[in-house]
Structure formats: C-alpha cells, structure tokens
Design a protein around this ligand. Structure first.
Ligand code: ZN
Length: 245
C-alpha cells in the first residue's frame, strides 16, 4: 500500500489543490489519509472539507475542526486563532458541519496509529515539542509507528531498541531497515507550514517497503493571502504563510 498523509490544511484551497495535484503525479497512491485541521485560518473551509471528504479514505478530527463545530471551547486558542474560528464557524454549511462532527479523534490502521495531536489523551490537544514529551507518548500507542499533525512542523522521532529517543535528521527514512525501532512522525502542514519553508508539506509511506518521505510543493501563496485579506483575517495570519512560520 502506498499512503499519502495530509494534515493541517486550514482552509487553504490553493495549497490543498497543489498537494493533490502532486499526489496525482506520484506512482499509484492507494489512499490519502488526513490527520485533521481541515478548517481554521484560511478562506475556503467548505471547499477544503468537501474535497478532503471526497479524496481521503481515513480522516481524523483536528482541534480547529472541533472548535469550528463547537465541540471545543476556544479559550485555549490565541486571539488570532479565535478570530479565525469565529469566522469559520459562521461560514460552514450544514453538510460540512455534520461531516466535521462525525470525525474520530484517533484511529489504528495496519501497523499505524493515526491522531491529530497526541496518542496520550488526544481530546486534550497536547503538543509534542520536546523529546521528553515524545518519549512519554511512545507509551500510549501499540503500533510501530504513530503519525500526527498539530505542530505544523515535520519531524521524525525514533525510539530505538536501546530505548533511546532522538530526532532522525533526514527527510526520508526506511521504517523497516531500523529494526526494533518505533516512530513518532509529524507529517507537516499542507496549508500553514511553520518550519520556515513556506511550501506545502505532505508525506508518502510505502507500507510494504517501509519507505517514508516528505514532499514539498509550491503553491500560489499570494492568491491564498488575498482571499484571507478579503475576509479580514488578522495580518499576522496572512503574513505567516509567506514566511512559513
Ligand atoms: Zn493546525
């Protein structure tokens, strides 16, 4: 099976379309898996949700999706995110609203755990920002690998057979060749990358060969920004797209 992982689209239609076009060009992708945050920040929440629903086999709930349909209060959100959620909640059509309400928090597929935030208490929307937090979370999934989104920063964290936890410093890895190791992988963000590379990020995993690799895809950032300006999103949210942070 060749799986494509997309996450944190955040209603950025230009980014989503560019990524789907790139996925179409890859050799035989069997399924697209979406790790959540389809909406929030960008100008096209309904369009993005409808496309993801059509194209993805497995779709997880993100915290922005949850907040946009009132499953989650926004008091933990920063002021920019709050403004974006309020606009999004008002813009969603009924169909998309019930679709978002139906999404699961966590799923297991073959040898993979899939979740937006963390395998530990996924409904609390914790962030993994240190090796200590990663080490803690390795105790809360059974599979060899867990794929997440949420921080918008692509990273491969390894727990090796000596029980050491470290960051794998490459944009590809073979999960089979590192025998006895387990993996906690952030697949990056389609619609709002924050690793100082503004290009959309997604990932491909070949489950038979074990090959995992990120792909970066340029998209029309100015067009996405102009649409955000039109709906009066905060400047900070508009500007960060071109900086990738
Ligand atoms: Zn997000």
């Amino acid at each position: 099976m060749r799986l494509a992982f997309i996450s944190d689209i955040h209603a950025n239609l230009e980014a989503l379309e560019a990524v789907l076009e790139d996925i179409d060009k890859q050799v035989s992708i069997d399924e697209i898996i979406c790790l959540g945050d389809i909406v929030g920040y960008g100008a096209n929440p309904n369009e993005c949700a409808e496309i993801v629903r059509k194209k993805s086999g497995t779709i997880l709930l993100g915290n922005h999706d949850a907040a946009a349909v009132n499953l989650l209060a926004t008091h933990h959100f920063n002021s920019h995110a709050k403004i974006a959620i309020e606009w999004t909640a008002g813009a969603l059509n009924n169909d998309v609203r019930s679709f978002l309400l139906s999404l699961p928090l966590i799923a297991t597929r073959d040898a993979l755990t899939l979740v937006h935030s963390t395998p530990y208490e996924p409904n609390m929307w914790y962030y993994i920002t240190s090796l200590e937090e990663a080490a803690f979370n390795f105790q809360y999934f059974e599979t060899d690998a867990c794929l997440v989104g949420h921080t918008h920063i692509p990273i491969i964290i390894v727990l090796d057979k000596k029980k050491e936890v470290y960051v794998h410093q490459a944009v590809r890895v073979n999960l089979r060749e590192m025998e006895g190791s387990r993996f906690l992988i952030n697949v990056g963000s389609v619609g709002q990358p924050r690793d100082r590379n503004p290009q959309s990020c997604y990932a491909i995993l070949d489950t038979e060969k074990g090959d995992f690799a990120y792909r970066r895809v340029p998209y029309d950032i100015e067009k996405a920004q102009a649409k955000m300006k039109k709906i009066k999103m905060p400047e900070f949210l508009i500007n960060r797209l071109k900086d990738g942070r």
